[in-house]
Design a protein around this ligand. Structure first.
Ligand code: BES
Ligand code: ZN
Length: 467
């Protein structure tokens, strides 16, 4: 009897000892074990080959061009080599070609764009000075059926969103809008807060002031200046490349999205922006193929990001309610390998600047691997995590930046090349931090997530993210 008691007591002591040891630092230990699986497999030198192919063999990959398509085919081929069945998801978006004629003279004009802009038509009418176009009282009666000439900028405590000005003009009965800039680098004004169905263009400050002078001179003679504004719709075709890894145990699970855009701006080889993020996404696809994962992983190479996040917008817009409800995380990589010496902080941006499941996993992984990873909101909406965030999915956009938030000076420049702008060390570090955070999301039980209202995207400024 005594002996049994003694044995039982010993077993009990042993159990307590063992459990208390394993409870000493359970999170760190479990995390370290998962980290190891990723870190031993991750090969950033190998991933660098994708940056070489995308930025040097193909070069600039502008949305809607043959080069962007070629990059998509390359990504598809790599997914296939890694054992996936990728699909190319095609989509089209609206672009425009614009012109402005005043008498015989053509003035350089940039047409409006945006998901809420449908003002594709040609309008001839008289130019009417509407000052800043922010108050009803700034629109004279003559603007009805004519062309509102509006100055760019804010006043009276009202933020001068281009679409607000266009809406005011539209409501006043204007048939078209010309906004003249405060500098001589006009661009296509975005229409993202209001539905606008009349043509809207932007012109330079010099051209705008010259027009205004003509209008005033004519008015003093009791005359007016006639102009023709044309904004023509062009359909542009682009594509996302998608590969899916089902959970190892085949049960319905949460969905984790790994995203990166592969297009670039005109003239830029886009080695860092964003062959870097695309390459690391492909490397994650490679290593996760041979690792157990408890969640569904969707790798999405997004097209047409640089023209307004078109690929990710299309993707998120087409998720079903069932898919949205299963979605637990979006890891978006955009500019993760710059060699610019000041960019020492791996930032994880969220659309509301608030921490979430993804940012917290990333900050913890950064701390484990010895790197400063911080949450930042300011540019949270400048890349493909935006719409995942807007529909309530925990998300993070990863980017290297300086302590005070600067990017490399070669951002969107022809110097965004491997030679000038890529650091294997930063690429590796980012790959390790994001990769280990990602693997935690794929292995650990998902905590109950505080999701914001899950809804379809309707008006992005309405989604609670931009104030
Ligand atoms: N890689 C950039 C995102 C970025 C830009 C992050 C600036 C941090 C600072 C991205 O490709 C880009 O240029 N995005 C566009 C936004 C988009 C809505 C056209 C941008 O910021 O101009
Ligand atoms: Zn980018």
């Amino acid at each position: 009897m005594v002996k049994t008691h003694k044995l039982l007591a010993m077993i009990l002591v042993l159990i307590i000892a063992v459990t208390s040891v394993s409870f000493a630092a359970p999170n760190e230990k479990a995390a370290a074990a998962l980290d190891k699986k990723v870190l031993t497999k991750l090969n950033s030198e190998r991933a660098m080959e994708h940056i070489v192919y995308l930025s040097e063999v193909i070069g600039p990959r502008v949305a809607g061009t043959a080069e962007e398509r070629e990059a998509a085919e390359y990504i598809k081929k790599v997914f296939e080599e890694y054992g996936y069945n990728p699909v190319i998801q095609e989509f089209s978006y609206n672009d425009s070609e614009s012109s402005l004629f005043v008498k015989e003279d053509e003035i350089t004009a940039y047409g409006a764009y945006g998901q809420y802009f449908t003002g594709y038509s040609e309008v001839t009418g008289n130019l009417v000075d509407c000052n800043l176009g922010l108050l009803t009282s700034e629109f004279p009666d003559e603007v009805r059926g004519n062309i509102a000439l509006i100055k760019r900028g804010s006043a009276y405590g009202i933020t001068g969103y281009f679409s607000l000005k266009a809406k005011m003009a539209q409501d006043a009965g204007a048939a078209a809008v010309i906004i003249y800039s405060t500098d001589n680098s006009p661009f296509g004004p975005t229409m993202q807060t209001e539905h606008i169905n009349i043509p809207v263009v932007m012109i330079s400050k010099n051209d705008g002031e010259a027009l205004l002078a003509q209008v005033k001179a004519a008015a003093s003679e009791g005359e007016s200046v006639q102009a023709t504004v044309n904004v023509e719709l062009l359909d542009v075709y682009s594509q996302n490349v998608i590969a899916v890894k089902e959970p190892t145990n085949k049960k319905k699970s949460g969905i984790v999205y790994v995203t990166a855009h592969y297009d670039s701006v005109p003239g830029a080889p886009g080695a860092n922006d964003n062959a870097s993020g695309t390459a690391m996404m492909l490397e994650y696809a490679r290593i996760l193929k041979s690792l157990p994962t408890d969640k569904e992983v969707r790798f999405i190479a997004c097209g047409a990001e640089e023209v307004g996040l078109e690929g990710s917008f299309y993707y998120v817009e087409n998720l079903s309610q069932e898919e949205i409800e299963r979605s637990i995380a979006n890891f978006n990589m955009d500019m993760i390998a710059t060699s610019y010496e000041d960019c020492t902080v791996l930032e994880v941006s969220t659309v509301d600047g608030e921490p979430n499941y993804v940012s917290e996993l990333a900050v913890a992984a950064g701390a484990r691997l010895g790197n400063l990873t911080k949450i930042e909101a300011e540019y949270g909406i400048s890349s493909d995590h935006r719409y995942f965030g807007y529909i309530g999915i925990p998300h993070g956009g990863f980017i290297w930046r300086s302590e005070d938030g600067r990017l490399e000076p070669w951002y969107h420049q022809p110097q965004d090349t491997i030679k000038q702008n890529i650091s294997l060390e930063r690429f590796t570090k980012a790959g390790e931090i994001i990769g280990t955070a990602l693997y935690e999301a794929l292995r650990k039980p998902t905590p109950s997530l505080k999701k914001s209202a899950v809804r379809k995207i309707n008006n992005i400024f309405d989604a609670g993210a931009v104030k």
